[in-house]
Write a protein that binds this ligand. Structure first.
Ligand code: AMP
Ligand code: TRP
Length: 332
């Protein structure tokens, strides 16, 4: 049975992109796998976070993930900094990964922007920590959105080089589980940018905590073009905003995008948007309610996370110890 690992940064409130691209698939994998899900606070601080906001976002992310359907009793949910093995293995991987590999990472280029000299060193080695997250559990199946594909490939390169350098068949190869539809939900303001919880514009995203009125208003204002919806997917090719909205509806209703077009072809966005908004609002209402319920009892939520961390450490600590021994570090 493949062990599943995935992570999400507490750098804001989770979005519809996180839900459709990742969390929904985490939920589905629970039935047939042993799963480890992690709120990756150490990844979040690779860019500055307000400390009080980070504490709040870490708890809120854990609550949202449970509200989406993750079962913290049957599977493992915890925050990354509570299990030191992640940072410890990441240091070893800092010494395995090559600068040339990190230099190719498109997420670093995007996130560091025009002033690369001012980016933190942590942002640069971010993919090494992500590799450690996964490999500290010998996890082999990683459900993520399309933007993480390159990081998973790098994790495989690290695993392979470690195995080669230390002449051991120790770390397994990892497989990314990327959804067929909605692997890349785009911004409501710009169909060429991904929807992100850290985008400065709140209008660019739907947050899992948005109420129905906010969702209706954001979708009404979402950027589109004046043409009606076409009959074929090929005609959506150069209409990124239209394609995005059709994709969201397809994902939420579990139907192929072509079926959405079959139903709405010839209609304008004035007709499509209200139907889409209702569908999104209906899907998110129970998640929002459950998140609020969980956030009303912080001690209980913290206790859940602590239990998750203890169970996570029970798996990761012995794997770290073996990796350290292979490298030649003396036992503690
Ligand atoms: P992050 O928000 O960067 O912590 O991402 C957490 C998970 O959500 C990762 O698996 C991402 O690939 C996925 N994800 C984030 N944004 C999107 C998006 N706009 N569309 C699809 N998946 C996404
Ligand atoms: N880098 C991922 C993202 O931003 C989050 C992440 C951290 C992750 N560690 C991970 C995802 C391990 C999968 C597995 O989306």
């Amino acid at each position: 049975m493949a062990r599943v690992f995935s992570g999400i940064q507490p750098s804001g409130v989770p979005t519809l992109g996180n839900y459709l691209g990742a969390i929904r698939n985490w939920v589905a994998l629970q039935a047939a796998h042993e799963c480890v899900f992690c709120v990756v606070d150490l990844h979040a601080i690779t860019v500055w976070q307000d400390p009080a906001a980070l504490r709040q976002a870490t708890r809120e992310m854990a609550a949202s993930v449970i509200a989406c359907g993750i079962d913290p009793a049957r599977h493992i949910l915890f925050h990354q900094s509570a299990v030191p093995a992640h940072a410890q293995l990441a240091w070893i991987f800092n010494c395995v990964a090559r600068l040339g590999w990190l230099n190719r990472m498109t997420q670093f280029k995007d996130k560091s922007g025009s002033d690369r000299e001012a980016a933190s060193a942590g942002l640069y080695v971010y993919p090494n920590l992500m590799a450690a997250d996964i490999l500290a559990y010998h996890a082999t199946l990683v459900p993520v959105g399309d933007d993480q594909r390159q990081h998973i490939e790098l994790a495989n390169d690290i695993a392979q080089k470690f195995n080669h350098d230390y002449a051991a068949d120790f770390f397994p190869q990892i497989q990314a589980a990327i959804p067929a539809i909605s692997a890349r939900v785009m911004s409501l303001r710009d169909g060429t940018k991904k929807m992100s919880k850290s985008d400065p514009s709140d209008q660019s995203r739907i947050s899992l905590t948005d109420d129905a009125d906010t969702i209706v208003q954001k979708i009404r204002k979402a950027k589109t073009d004046p043409a009606p919806l076409p009959a074929t997917l090929a005609e959506l090719e150069h209409r990124p905003e239209a394609r995005n909205l059709v994709g969201i509806f397809a994902a939420l209703t579990d139907t192929p995008a072509q079926s959405v077009l079959d139903r709405f072809a010839g209609q304008g966005f004035g007709q499509f948007k209200p139907v889409l908004a209702e569908c999104v609002a209906e899907a998110l209402a129970p998640i929002r309610a459950e998140t609020r319920r969980l956030m009303a009892d912080i001690p209980a939520l913290d206790a859940l996370l602590r239990q998750g961390a203890a169970r996570a450490a029970a798996i990761a600590t012995p794997i770290l110890a073996e990796a350290e021994a292979l490298v030649g570090l003396l036992p503690r």
